[in-house]
Design a protein around this ligand. Structure first.
Ligand SMILES: NC(=O)c1ccc[n+]([C@@H]2O[C@H](COP(=O)([O-])OP(=O)(O)OC[C@H]3O[C@@H](n4cnc5c(N)ncnc54)[C@H](O)[C@@H]3O)[C@@H](O)[C@H]2O)c1
Length: 261
């Protein structure tokens, strides 16, 4: 049974990811500043199967606090005797234009989204590097790949995660594999908190798949990256975006199917 840590697993992508690993028999720990939200009702797409999130153990931690994160990672290692997969997923965003960004907001976003990944990965790597290896994963975003207005600081942290991925992979190979997932638009509380219905529809219109991702679709990507099937994959970003960053926006050009006679 593998030991898996997922940060930010009280909600959204992290919760679906923790549930995915727990369902396949891993022992999963959730490092989150907030208590887990109630899992989705059975029958909804993100609802975990029978094992549910009850098998995921919550350890309260702010991932911006490196000392707290190190203590939590050591506790998990001591309790379970191993550390196999660590997924740095916790993240926050604030919608603000570049002329209005407050210093405190930008620093907090950087502390959580970027330095939070560095701190958690470092704590895990210190164990994995001497204990035979492991897998380090993180949630970046397509926002790190090109300009998305009103999220400059957030976007920069996500681009930074790709740089961390490449460098950690170089330094830790071949013992530790490192990768990140860059989701496009995913329907989670983070997205719902900042987007109106009109904004969600507008986003759907520029995604070739025509919709937001379900968190379980991002969880599946993490599950693959952590599996032996991905053993030759390291230092890479896996983009799961329904085609959003593949080319021109479909709202401008239409898809082949939509324009076919
Ligand atoms: N939703 C999207 O469309 C989308 C797209 C691309 C990337 N992402 C990224 O996916 C990750 C998860 O986002 P989500 O949409 O599931 O958001 P969410 O708000 O549903 O969940 C985020 C979780 O992180 C936790 N968290 C926040 N700050 C923390 C901290 N300092 N320490 C510990 N836990 C903390 C929250 O309590 C929450 O449980 C984030 O890194 C986000 O940037 C989301």
């Amino acid at each position: 049974m593998r030991t898996v840590i997922v940060s930010g697993a009280s909600s959204g992508i992290g919760q679906a990811t923790a549930a995915r690993f727990a369902r396949s028999g891993d022992r999963v720990f959730n490092l989150d500043i907030a208590a887990p939200q109630a899992p989705a009702a059975p029958g909804t797409p993100e609802a975990p199967q029978a094992s549910g999130t009850s098998e995921v153990r919550w350890l309260k931690a702010d991932t911006a606090d490196w000392a707290a994160v190190q203590a939590a990672v050591r506790q998990v290692r001591e309790e379970t005797g191993r550390l196999d997969v660590v997924i740095a997923n916790a993240g926050i965003s604030v919608r603000h234009g570049v002329l209005d960004i407050e210093e405190a907001d930008a620093r907090r976003i950087t502390d959580v989204n970027l330095l939070g990944v560095l701190g958690l990965w470092q704590a895990a790597a210190r164990i994995m590097a001497v204990e035979g290896g492991g897998v380090l994963l993180a949630t970046a975003s397509v926002n790190g790949r090109r300009g998305y207005p009103r999220y400059a600081d957030y976007n920069a942290t996500k681009a930074g995660i790709v740089a961390l991925t490449q460098t950690f992979a170089m330094e830790l190979a071949p013992l530790v594999r490192v990768a990140c997932v860059s989701p496009g638009a995913v329907l989670t509380p983070m997205q719902l908190a900042e987007y109106t219905g009109e904004m969600l529809a507008d986003t759907n219109a520029r995604i070739p798949a025509g919709r937001h991702a379900d968190p379980t679709e991002i969880a599946a990507a993490f599950h693959y990256l952590a599996s032996p099937e991905a053993r030759f994959l390291t230092g890479q970003e896996l983009v799961v975006d329904g085609g959003e960053t593949a080319g021109a926006t479909t709202s401008d050009w239409g898809t082949a199917l939509a324009t076919a006679p």
